[in-house]
Design a protein around this ligand. Structure first.
Ligand SMILES: Cc1cc2nc3c(=O)[nH]c(=O)nc-3n(C[C@H](O)[C@H](O)[C@H](O)COP(=O)(O)OP(=O)(O)OC[C@H]3O[C@@H](n4cnc5c(N)ncnc54)[C@H](O)[C@@H]3O)c2cc1C
Length: 657
């Protein structure tokens, strides 16, 4: 049986973007609806509640199948560890670095000299001059090709820009990033027609801010609940949009939006399949009203709001991709768009590490600098290791995107989830290291003559990163879905009550035969094989990662055998497997990056000590995750919360205001 679990390592270089765009065009040629088995053959949705089934079927329909050869990170789940895919570290080519050099240098200088982040936070407004200057510099069209008025730079250069922005001002970062990572540029570059690109890309590259409108009151993590309607006009030339969108970042300043709307449903396999379609909508369209500006804990200058559509006419030529492909447009856009946040988080984490390094060296308590107290040193060591790993993972993945090195949706999701959560912890610990000064606002610090170090602003601003562009929980579900995919393809049919018995019996036979070969191999505790040019300290960690990948594959297989089709309900268990794989990816990226830095002449002792620290620390987290797969309180916790939701345990909210 040919299985993705044992697909050979061949057919390199099909990019994430290219892959997705090609798949979309394959879908086009089949008349809009992709000719692929309905999702029911992989996941049994028959026993799910209606809402859950609809959400899952919509997500499955929008999902492009993973390539059989998988990616470095997806293969970690099936015990196929191939370090050669990320080593030597895929560095930025010299020409590419040179191409971005001038822009990045001027962006850095401009931020330092002309963007007053504390003032922006205080006033809740980004001065129009800053926005105009950033447009003039090309900061809103970094990846837009030159022929359409952008800078035409690579993903790595865009990431480096995001790192600079993230280290300075989260409000400006959000403005620039929401505009081009999820706003009009990215979906148009991936799916737009030549006419759409010619019409809109020069505008959004040079002077017009864009935004992305998906979320509604009842549709946050669950777009299947979307209610904004787009009904075709009788003559078929346009759609009429009615409804509202919530929390649309950049809306208040935007000239053009990408709007996700429900178009008429289709019948698939005798059941209604909801259709979501993406449109480009000009903000000055009659019937479009911005009704409210939202305000948040952090990102005080976010131009985020509610937009209402009353009979807004959108011509068909403004549809992105085909009718019904909106969710695919959104998911594919985010597959690479998600890399901006980890790059910005890397910048912020570096800044916070710098703040802590300085403070821990100069603040004397109990007779010594606080960095000499092991409790504080331990926090800063974690920060240093994590900063190193975050940069390694993020720029490894960015470079692979530039090289079109296959489908990288798992890597980008891991980067997003890991970097945003780690940065939150770093900001939290930085506040602790700064003590009372960490909690005090920069303005108050300055008012009494101290250096205005804005740790509290950084903490407030970075919390949202774990919620938007795919919350941490949704990232874990997304990664787990892809992790299970090879197993679902081999054995999913066995448990699928929607399939005829004959097909399920056939699946038992073929998957039994398959696993009889695959499973014993997962017990062979061989390392990563021969790896050229890797320092022995790093080699030890890479071999550990190779062995642990097999242990992970076994664990996942055992869980599938134990829970069968109900495994998807074991979110906490799956999240441990996702946590293990993400740490393995981080260890591997760290080792590859460390070796490259040493090769570049960076002090080997410094590089090795931080990389080694990170890997050891990550291994402890992996131990913890594994321990939780066999010994946990998941079931009890779940039952407890169902009781709570049912109104029991009243004493837990007794005695409060
Ligand atoms: C500052 C800000 C800016 C934003 N910008 C934009 C924007 O530009 N465009 C846009 O379209 N949207 C935007 N959003 C919306 C954002 O993407 C959503 O907040 C996010 O998708 C989560 O949706 P929700 O808040 O409705 O949470 P819900 O979906 O209600 O989820 C609540 C909690 O439950 C968890 N959860 C939900 N479903 C599951 C599940 N199946 N399994 C496990 N856990 C689950 C979530 O992770 C979350 O922790 C923005 C939001 C904010 C606050």
């Amino acid at each position: 049986m040919k299985s993705p679990l044992e697909a050979p390592e061949k057919s390199r270089s099909r990019g994430t973007e290219e892959t997705s765009a090609k798949s979309a065009s394959r879908a086009d040629s089949s008349g809009g609806e992709r000719q692929r088995p309905p999702p029911a053959t992989v996941i049994d949705t028959s026993k799910m509640a209606k809402g859950q089934r609809e959400a899952l079927e919509l997500a499955e329909a929008a999902r492009d199948p993973l390539e059989d050869r998988g990616s470095f990170a997806s293969n970690l789940f099936i015990g196929r560890y191939d370090f050669s895919r990320i080593h030597p570290y895929p560095t930025q080519p010299v020409e590419d670095r040179a191409a971005g050099g001038e822009f990045l240098a001027s962006l850095q200088k401009y931020l330092r000299e002309s963007v007053d982040a504390d003032e922006i936070d205080r006033t809740g407004e980004i001065p129009q001059k800053n926005i105009d200057d950033l447009f003039a510099m090309g900061a809103f069209g970094v990846k837009i090709p030159k022929q359409y008025g952008g800078l035409g730079l690579s993903q790595v250069n865009y990431g480096r820009a995001a790192m600079l922005l993230g280290s300075w001002d989260a409000n400006v970062t959000a403005l620039v990033s929401a505009h081009q990572s999820i706003g009009v540029p990215q979906p148009l570059l991936l799916f737009g027609t030549e006419e759409q690109k010619k019409k809109y890309l020069p505008r959004v590259a040079r002077h017009e801010i864009s935004a992305f409108a998906l979320t509604e009151w009842n549709a946050g993590s669950d777009p299947a609940n979307m209610s904004l309607r787009a009904e075709p006009t009788e003559d078929g030339s346009a759609f009429i949009l009615n409804g509202e969108k919530l929390w649309c970042t950049n809306l208040i300043k935007a000239g053009v939006l990408v709007v996700m709307a429900r178009t008429p449903s289709k019948m698939v396999g005798g059941r209604e399949r909801k259709q979501i379609t993406a449109f480009i909508v000009d903000v000055d369209s009659p019937g479009l009203d911005i009704t409210y500006r939202c305000h948040f804990m952090g990102l005080r200058a976010l131009y985020n709001g509610i937009v209402k559509f009353t009979n807004v006419r959108v011509p068909c030529e403004n549809m992105i991709a085909k009718e019904g492909q909106g969710l695919k447009v959104a998911l594919t856009t985010l597959n690479t768009g998600r890399l901006t946040l980890p790059a910005a988080c890397t910048g912020l984490s570096k800044r916070l590490l710098e703040i802590c390094r300085k403070w821990a060296g100069e603040r004397i308590q109990w007779g010594v600098p606080i960095g000499k107290h092991a409790a504080i040193a331990g926090k800063i060591a974690e920060m240093a290791g994590n900063v190193f790993a975050m940069e390694a993972m993020t720029f490894l993945t960015s470079a692979l995107v530039d090289r079109k090195a296959g489908d990288l949706r798992i890597e980008t999701a891991m980067c997003k989830m890991w970097a945003t959560e780690t940065t939150w912890r770093i900001a939290d610990e930085a506040m602790q290291v700064r003590g009372g000064r960490g909690y005090e606002t920069a303005q108050s610090l300055a008012g009494r003559g101290e250096e205005p170090v804005p740790v509290e602003r950084f903490l407030r601003d970075c919390r949202i990163n774990m919620i938007f562009e795919g919350s941490s929980e949704i990232m874990r579900l997304f990664i787990a879905r892809e992790a299970l995919d090879p197993h679902l393809k081999v054995g999913g049919a066995i448990f699928n009550t929607q399939l005829p018995m004959s097909e399920r019996a056939k699946a038992v036979l073929s998957s039994g035969k398959f696993y009889a070969g695959w499973y014993p191999r997962q017990w062979l505790l061989n390392g990563a094989g021969k790896i050229d040019n890797l320092h022995e300290t790093l080699r030890g960690h890479v071999n550990y990662a190779a062995r642990t990948s097999k242990r992970l594959a076994r664990g996942l297989f055992h869980a599938m055998a134990r829970f069968g089709p109900k495994l998807d309900r074991e979110q906490l268990l799956l999240s441990r497997f996702v946590g293990i794989a993400t740490e393995l990816f981080a260890i591997s990226a760290t080792c590859s990056y460390a070796q490259w830095l040493i090769g570049q002449g960076k002090p080997a002792d410094e590089v090795l000590s931080v990389a080694d620290y990170f890997c050891r620390s990550a291994r402890m987290r992996i131990d913890h995750h594994f321990a939780g797969t066999t010994r946990n309180v998941d079931k009890r916790g779940y039952a407890l919360v169902q009781d709570l939701l049912a109104g029991k345990h009243a004493l837990l909210h007794d005695g409060i205001v």
